[in-house]
Structure formats: C-alpha cells, structure tokens
Design a binder for this molecule. Structure first.
Ligand code: SF4
Length: 342
C-alpha cells in the first residue's frame, strides 16, 4: 500500500514490522499530512537509514502540475495534475469569503455517462487512491501557499463508485494529526447510487451529501443520466431522507440547468416538491457548454425565472457562483483536451 494512503494505525504496524519505535509513525504521518512532504529528505527528524529504507519500499505519491489556468476575473485556479502512472486528473481552487475551497477528482475518468459531462467521454480508467485524493489538496496548498478550509468531491469521477478509498480519504484529511479539516466542511457529490447513500449514512460522518438530480421526473432524468435507469427518483428520495435523518445533515440537490431541456416552470415545480420532501437545499448550476455534447446553457432570463419560481415555492435556493468562466472550468474539459491531443 502507498504510504500516504496509510492511516496512523497502519503506519504504527509498518514501523513494528520494520523494527522501529512506534513514535516514528506519528512523526512520519505529520510529515506526510501536516507538512505535506514531497521527499523523504525533508523528514529531518527521521534517521537517514530509515528514510532510505522507506524510499526504496514506498515511493512517495506526489502530483505534478501539468497545466494551470488562472481566472483573471476571480483568481480561480484550475489544475491538470499528472499522476505517478502518467494519468491526469483535474482539481479546482476557489477563493470564497468563508475561506479557500478545493474541488477534487475521485477517479481517472468516470463510467456514469452523464450526457452533459466531459469527464465521462473516455469512460473510467481507474479509481484514485486515498493518497492521490489528499495529494490534490496538498499540491494546491503548496502551489498557492494558502490554507484550504473546504473540500468538495465533485470533480472527475463518481465518489460512491470508489467507496472505500473515499472513506479512507475522509479519515486522512480530517485527522487532527494532519490538516484537521472539519468533516462539516467536506461535500461529497453523487449522481445517485442508492446503496452507496445508505452505506454512507451508516458511517455517521459529518459531511454534506449533494445529490446530482438534474431532472424532476424519471423519464427526463433517464435521457440525461444513465444511472436513472437503475434507481428511480422515489428510491433516491427515500435514501436521502434516511441520510438526513441518520446524520442530521441537510442534503443539497444539485440541478444543472440545461436550456430547453429541464428549465421549464413545470420542471421547477417538480423540483420544488422533491426538495420539500427531502428538506433539501437547491443548488442551481447553469450548465457549461461542452463542445462534444449537444446541451447548451439557457439565457440569463430563463435562469432567473427558474430561480424565482423556486423561491415563490418557498425553496431554499442558490445559483452556483459562476467561477472561472474565462478558463476551461467545466469538469473534465482540460483532461479531455490533454488526452485527446496526445
Ligand atoms: S457528472 Fe459526475 S457522475 Fe456524471 S459522468 Fe460526470 S463525473 Fe461522472
């Protein structure tokens, strides 16, 4: 196993196996997750002989910046990171009044096939390791020199399709021996894998669950998201209610507004009813145009009318801040360009 994916207990076990005192585990964990080391040579309080043994057996997972685009408008940075095996993932750094937020990827590609999304154009290559998920945050922190306080797992991939690594990632990033990020400041977005939602609820974590709904009826949802052929909206509502009741955390409904597809007043009423049944907050996302996809963003007036309708229906609603419009901020576009240009 990759050493940056190891939790404290696993590192203690490793030190035992190497006939080293257990306090070394604590030191190494702090180097890997608090000081975000990129090389064993930085670990100045670890003896050289141990560093050499670790270097030979456990090469450190470090992401390298292949490309970085910074928005001239709001300072949003989009990174294309190269993984140690030559694959690529995208990570986005955003500054908000309440602190810095990083949106990370959970897989290389995605097999969910949502029709408005560039991340799925080449299918799923592989899952990301927990180390590769935390390293996206560490690499951004090193590059910006700024502290990250919020994380959204909403980049390339379906997090609940990489369940065990997601949970391990959560434990590493919230560890008080590492960056100590509050679970309440972590949002995990799913396209709606019902058994995964129940499983996550039973972990009793503090994270916020965001459900990518994108359509108020099964019929329409099936035309946008293949996962809707597996699970109905009724099943999703039941699972979300269970999540909210079990964890005490409010669900967020993500709704990509696609011009002429899901932005009618009837759609708004349908979305309202679902949100009221779950007690969910609604986050509207005016969809970004993806060249390879036929979906287009609606105009400003239709987006405002949709939001007004929801507010009239007494829903709690926000429009996702339009960040990075002058860069390829839509998820998966940078990676898609990179791998199709090789
Ligand atoms: S929206 Fe998310 S789940 Fe759907 S294809 Fe894109 S990355 Fe996968």
């Amino acid at each position: 196993m990759d050493i940056r994916s190891m939790e404290s207990e696993e590192l203690i076990q490793l030190m035992r196996e190497m006939n080293e005192p257990s306090y070394r585990a604590k030191q190494i964990f702090a180097w890997l997750h608090e000081r975000m080391a990129t090389d064993y040579d930085q670990m100045s309080d670890i003896p050289g002989t141990l560093r050499d043994k670790l270097r030979a057996a456990y090469p450190l997972t470090v992401l390298t910046v292949d490309r970085m685009q910074e928005s001239a408008k709001d300072g949003t940075r989009k990174y294309l990171f190269r993984l140690p095996d030559g694959n690529y993932v995208e990570t986005v750094f955003m500054r908000y009044k309440h602190g810095n937020s990083v949106c990370i990827s959970s897989q290389v590609g995605c097999r969910m096939g949502c029709r408005f999304c560039a991340s799925t154009l080449e299918g799923l290559t592989r899952d990301l390791e927990p180390s590769e998920m935390v390293e996206q945050i560490y690499a951004v922190s090193r590059d910006t020199g700024e502290r990250v306080s919020n994380i959204v797992v909403m980049g390339i991939g379906e997090p609940l399709d990489n369940y065990d690594n997601l949970i391990k990632f959560y434990r590493l990033i919230t560890s008080d021996k590492g960056l100590d990020i509050s679970g309440r400041n972590i949002t995990v977005s799913t396209c709606g894998i019902v058994p995964g939602i129940y499983r996550l609820a039973d972990e009793h974590l503090q994270l916020t669950l965001a459900l990518s709904l994108h359509a108020p009826t099964d019929e329409l949802r099936r035309t946008i998201m293949p996962i809707a052929n597996e699970y109905t909206i009724e099943e999703l509502i039941k699972a979300c209610k269970y999540y909210a009741d079990t964890t005490g955390r409010r669900i967020s409904l993500e709704y990509s507004l696609i011009g002429g597809v899901n932005d009618s007043m009837k759609d708004a009423d349908g979305l309202s009813r679902i949100a009221h049944r779950i007690g969910a907050h609604i986050n509207l996302i005016p969809v970004n145009n993806v060249k390879e996809r036929e979906f287009k963003r609606g105009n400003r007036e239709s987006i405002a009318a949709f939001k007004n309708k929801l507010e009239k229906n007494a829903n709690n609603v926000t429009i996702r801040r339009e960040i990075g419009q002058d860069i390829d901020a839509s998820c998966g576009q940078l990676r898609h360009k990179r791998i199709t240009s090789v």
